[in-house]
Ligand binder design. Structure first.
Ligand code: SF4
Ligand code: F3S
Length: 382
C-alpha cells in the first residue's frame, strides 16, 4: 500500500491509493453545544433524497444522543473495539497518532478493517435518545463544568473524507472523489452491490438499497454546492449549529477563511474519531459540559483545549470567533471569507461578494412595563 500524509494524525499512513487531494475540499463545522436534536436536518435530507422504495431505513443525515445513541447500532463502539485505546504521542506538537488506523489494522485479504451491520442494527434510529451518561438520582446536584451527568447530540452526515474507506474498499472502483470539490459519490451505473463500502465506512454512511441492488450515500447536495448554495440539512438547521465552506490542509490555511479559522487557526473545531485514519472533513466544536476523557476519545487530543477556547468566546475574549459562529445559517451561500468590522460580522461568497452582515450584539428594545392604551401590564418588556 502507498503511504499518504494524514495531517490529523501528524504522520504518514498506509492507504489503498496514491495521495491525490482535490483542488478544493468542501467542509462544514458543527457546533455541538447548539444542537437541540430537533431532527429538522434529518427530515430535510429524508424528504429530498431518500423517500423512495428501498430507502426507508436510510438516514444520510442522522442525529444521535451520546453516549448511548448510535445509528446503526453501536457503530462507533465496534470500531473502537477493533482499534483498541487511541495511542497519541504528546511529545510532539501537534500530537502524533502512534496507534494503527483502520487501513493499517486490516485482516488478511481485506483493505479496511470493518464490519457489516445486521438488519436489526438499523431498526432503532432513536436508540438511546435523551438517555443520560449515568443515574441522576445517584449524583449530587451541582452546577459546575463538566457536568457529572451529561448527554449531547451528535449530528452526522458523510464526512467526504480525504481518504475515504468506502472508496478504498470497493472492488468495482465505483466510488470516486470529485476533483473540483472533494465530494465522494457512488457511480450508480458501475456499482454491483458488493457492499464492501458499507463494511468499510466506519461512520456507516453508505447504505445498500435492496430494491435497486446498489448502494447510495450522502451527496453533500452537490447540485446546490455547484450553485454556491449550502446542502439541505445545513440550510434548514434550526439550532444554527452549522457553517459550510472549504477547508485547506494546515500548511495552506487561510486565516480569513471561516473553516480554516475554526479548524487550523483557533483549533476550536475538531475531526470525529481522527484515529480511524480517514481525515474526515466535517468538524465538530466539542461539547463543553461533558467528561473530558469521553471528548478526547471522540474528538482527539485537542478536545480539552477546544473546550477552553469556547469558554474564552463566552467570556467575550474572542470576538473574531464569535463573528464566525454568528455567520452559522445566517446565509445559505457558501462562504469563502469572513471579516469583523466594528461590531458586525461580515461574510463573503466564493467570488468575494458580501452576502451577509450580522451584528455581534442584537440591539435590545425596552418597552414600558405598563401599556396605557390597552391598560395592561406587559410580562415581557425586552
Ligand atoms: Fe466514504 Fe464513509 Fe468517508 Fe463518507 S464517511 S467518504 S461514506 S468512508
Ligand atoms: Fe462498490 Fe459498494 Fe457498490 S463496494 S460495488 S460501491 S455496493
Amino acid at each position: 500500500m502507498p503511504d499518504v500524509y494524514n495531517w490529523q494524525l501528524n504522520r504518514a499512513m498506509a492507504y489503498e491509493y496514491e495521495d491525490s487531494r482535490p483542488t478544493r475540499q468542501v467542509s462544514a463545522v458543527f457546533d455541538i453545544n447548539k444542537c437541540i436534536a430537533c431532527q429538522t436536518c434529518t427530515m430535510a435530507c429524508k424528504t429530498t433524497w431518500t423517500s423512495g422504495k428501498g430507502q426507508e431505513y436510510m438516514f444520510w443525515n442522522s442525529v444521535e444522543t451520546k453516549p448511548w445513541g448510535s445509528y446503526p447500532l453501536g457503530w462507533d463502539v465496534k470500531n473502537l473495539e477493533m482499534l483498541g485505546p487511541a495511542a497519541w504521542d504528546y511529545a510532539t506538537d501537534p500530537p502524533t497518532y502512534r496507534g494503527k488506523t483502520l487501513f493499517e489494522k486490516t485482516p488478511d485479504g481485506e483493505r479496511v478493517a470493518g464490519y457489516l451491520p445486521d438488519e436489526l442494527d438499523y431498526a432503532h434510529p432513536n436508540h438511546g435518545e435523551d438517555e443520560t451518561s449515568g443515574n441522576i438520582e445517584d449524583t449530587p446536584y451541582y452546577l459546575s463544568l463538566p457536568h457529572a451527568i451529561w448527554t449531547f447530540y451528535l449530528a452526522r452526515i458523510c464526512m467526504h473524507c480525504t481518504y475515504p474507506a468506502c472508496l478504498a474498499a470497493c472492488p468495482r472502483k465505483a466510488i470516486y472523489k470529485r476533483k473540483e470539490d472533494g465530494i465522494v459519490l457512488i457511480d450508480q451505473e458501475r456499482c454491483r452491490g458488493y457492499r464492501e463500502c458499507v463494511r468499510a465506512c466506519p461512520y456507516k454512511r453508505t447504505f445498500y438499497n435492496h430494491v435497486t441492488r446498489v448502494s447510495e450515500k450522502c451527496i453533500f447536495c452537490y447540485p446546490a454546492v455547484e450553485q454556491g448554495i449550502w446542502p439541505r440539512c445545513m440550510r434548514n438547521c434550526i439550532g444554527k449549529i452549522r457553517i459550510v465552506g472549504y477547508v485547506h490542509p494546515p500548511a495552506l490555511s487561510d486565516p480569513r477563511n471561516p473553516i480554516d479559522f475554526l479548524v487550523h487557526e483557533k483549533k476550536l473545531a475538531l475531526p470525529l474519531y481522527p484515529q480511524y485514519g480517514l481525515e474526515p472533513n466535517i468538524y465538530y466544536i466539542p461539547p463543553i459540559h461533558v467528561d473530558s476523557t469521553f471528548n478526547r476519545q471522540m474528538f482527539g487530543p485537542k478536545a480539552a483545549q477546544a473546550v477552553q477556547m469556547y469558554g474564552r468566546i463566552r467570556a467575550g475574549l474572542e470576538p473574531e470567533l464569535q463573528a464566525v459562529l454568528l455567520l452559522c445559517v445566517s446565509t445559505d451561500k457558501i462562504l469563502g471569507r469572513f471579516d469583523l468590522q466594528g461590531d458586525e460580522a461580515v461574510g463573503y461568497d466564493m467570488s468575494g461578494v458580501e452576502v451577509v452582515r450580522v451584528p455581534l450584539q442584537e440591539p435590545a428594545v425596552v418597552r414600558e412595563p405598563y401599556d396605557d392604551q390597552l391598560r395592561v401590564y406587559r410580562h415581557n418588556i425586552t
